[in-house]
Design a protein around this ligand. Sequence first.
Ligand code: FAD
Length: 476
Amino acid sequence: MSRKKRWLRRLREIVGKEYLLTDPASLLAYESDALTLFRSQPAAVVLPASEAECIAVVRLLAAEKIPFTARGAGTGLSGGAVVEPGGVVLALSRMQKILTLDPQQGFAVVEPGVVNDDLNREAARWGLRYAPDPSSQTVCTLGGNLGENAGGPHCFKHGMTSQHVLFAKVVTATGKVETWGDAHSVPEDLDLRGFLVGSEGSVAVALQIGLRLIPKPQAIVTLFAAFDSIAGACAAVQSIVAQGLMPVALEVMDQRAIRAVEASVYRCGLPTDAGAILLVDVEGPENQIQEEAEAVEVALQKHRPMKTERAQSPEQRRALWKGRKGAGGAMGRLGPDSYVMDGVVPRSKLVQIMAYVEQVEQETDIPVANLFHAGDGNIHPHFSYDSRDRSQADKVEAAGAKILRKCLELGGSLSGEHGIGLEKEALLQEQFEPQELALMERLRRVFNPEDLLNRGRGLPLGSGCAEAFHRHGGRP
Ligand SMILES: Cc1cc2nc3c(=O)[nH]c(=O)nc-3n(C[C@H](O)[C@H](O)[C@H](O)COP(=O)(O)OP(=O)(O)OC[C@H]3O[C@@H](n4cnc5c(N)ncnc54)[C@H](O)[C@@H]3O)c2cc1C
């Protein structure tokens, strides 16, 4: 029996034959994440159901020196959950138990495959919520959120995933099981939570995650303002924050995004003649938020909106947010493939970067829609293209790199929340000094010494790691 057949047989023994996928049709779904520019067919996908199975799988892969990558729902947008050819995808979607929910102490312990929204629904029964809310929250997993340090519209006030992870029980790439952080106190040992969260699955695989839950707000006011240009909406965001106001969410959508939403099942009455809309949530005790909402309205008026409106009912509020969060999906009608970028600029540079995005759009002649977390200066230009046309794929990739370089030039960063993945690996040297990258790499190697776990993700290991993957994955 060949070596490969032997380790596949042992994987099958650990998880059961139904949960080891090797046929090409099943593997197809695991060839890419939501960034389809990169594709790679794994040798197998293994779906453990429990912590014990997951540890046994990792130990086997480590012993056999097989490259592997953890995967949640595969909604990542930087190529993080894809393994190089010949490797194994460790799919954690069957590990979906909420193990503890302690309403008194305000925390939950979950398995990594729990879907973000499922935790929220459970927490809501106790008047609590899990704050980070990626727009993909109805499907993305808390393990994937930890891997990417996910954000979301309401992270402007409440902070990203890293601010909500209390601890994680992990299995390292060599099969060692450790717990980093503590639910109740400051850990006595070295606190490695910050190192793990956002490490793009390249340090260890989370088996259990302890998460902070916060009370649901007493009251919420949702407002939106329509502007004739995206510059107007961005300038309004700057004014609101400059006045010391602290809404929970400040989200901008441009005309192309608005029209895609209004033509889809997510339609929510947005004005399709507006150049852009700004969606704002203010939350807190009833007596405070009316005053804050009025102050936001005054700030908005200074930028001459076409109109401003407050959601008149909880139903209208929910519809507006469904429209915003469904916008990524609605954009599917603009082209067969999407490339959703992620970059950050100081908030004061939003108007400049959006003008540059428009310039790049004109140069490439590929339509771009914009919907983004403006409060955080986190932009997401959304290119709609056809990957079957190789030149279009080349153009969007080059356009993405140009926009990211501009973000750096304006004092920003390569990623706000989608991570580096395969997408931005080549650009990391432009943000960090060689010695900074070397330090990150040395740290990673402590837990992933042979680089078997998610090789080349989040760090430029060796030259052109991403080249191992089939770029521009249009299928013939
Ligand atoms: C329509 C749409 C909207 C989106 N909106 C947002 C948004 O508002 N904010 C935002 O931040 N992102 C957003 N995203 C991106 C994506 O949903 C997030 O990055 C999310 O956190 C990925 O979760 P996942 O379960 O799909 O993870 P995957 O894509 O499967 O994996 C992501 C990374 O995490 C690692 N990983 C997975 N599980 C584990 C584990 N148990 N331990 C260690 N590492 C692990 C993987 O190896 C990979 O590197 C959006 C994506 C889409 C398609």
